[in-house]
Design a protein around this ligand. Sequence first.
Ligand code: PMP
Ligand code: GLU
Length: 401
Amino acid sequence: MSLLANRLKNISPSVTVSINALATEMRERGEDVISLAAGEPDFNTPSHIREKAIELIKDGNKIKYTPVPGIMALRNAIAEHFNKRYNTTYTQESVTTGVGGKGVLFNILYATLNVGDEVIIPAPYWVSYPEMVKMAQGTPVIIDTSEDNEFMMTAEELEKAISPKTKWIIFNSPSNPTGAVYTEQALKDIAEVLKKYPHVHILSDDVYEFLVYEGEFKNLLSVDSSLLERMVMCSAVSKTFAMTGWRLGYAITSNQELIKAINKIQSQLCSHTSTVSQYASLEALTSPFDFLDEFKEGYKRRRDLVLARLDKIDLLSARKPKGAFYVYINISKVIGKTTPQGKVLNTDVEICEYLLQEGKVALVPGTAFGLAPYMRLSYATADETLNKALDNVSHALDLLK
Ligand code: PMP
Ligand code: GLU
């Protein structure tokens, strides 16, 4: 009898996490590897947030257990953030916090999916969505978007994918891995379809909400307030505040039954996320966002640097991403090329392996995000690192026949 549960047979480990771990391992062995695989800001958590956490630990009075959904002041701050943006009347009771955006998304899916319930996920998608759905015994229903439509799902594609078993659509704009930001018209068209199917709930993953470089952030609620009751919006401090390691994510919904169900699960699983992280996140959300201009300017400059460099590499092409910190590079022209070792590169996985071995650059193959042949480059790193990585990629591609 196998020690491991059958339910794991169908689940893959996070490719983004594992490629980055592989690059770190190669670096520790002394290889000069550059990782553009991790979706992680290279900026430090702003100092006022770190100071707050230090103060709290030194003081020692507020680092015990908290309520399961998080401290009330933090939940109030989160509710206020949403109310300002959407003109809503959420209260702290509409909010729950958890262990990163990941932890919160998983809790929501686990709290709502029965065997066979369908979850619509536009591809390319963030690696964890389908796996989380499967872990919660649901069925992912993938919609392939097209590069010609800037990787945005169309209203028609959505409508075709909806069935009586659809419980959720997971919506992510700005998107990981493409950086696509849905236009207002695209959002309105999608909202029109959703209004015809009241049984479909909307899980809006807004984790890159503050990282939009052209236009402004909008989600389905911004364009249609009648969707409010079916919406759950999720975000996290990870990307906006460069607080990936603090592990604080949050969700807001007017559906009290759902909040209670999420809290029931969390109460048995981990009680709550770290107390220090909760207070640090409160500081983050309630202090001026002065640092954000510097972060955004840095990301935008690097995006433009990467696009300019890619433009000069014949075998690669990419759309201009409007948000997040990823470029989704089309590598169809590399398919079928032969390496100096005589190996024919047939898939984006093989191309990324080649670029790691030959060019010492770690990138994530599009296959991991459900749309091939592409590779994702994260530009949340220093300009000189990006330049060196692209020199290496360009050189490795020049060696192909
Ligand atoms: N959603 C998306 C689209 C992401 O890219 C990430 C980054 N890992 C998350 C959610 C989760 O973020 P975290 O768990 O680090 O807060
Ligand atoms: N979200 C980031 C990424 O896509 C971090 C790794 C992960 O959690 O998947 O690379």
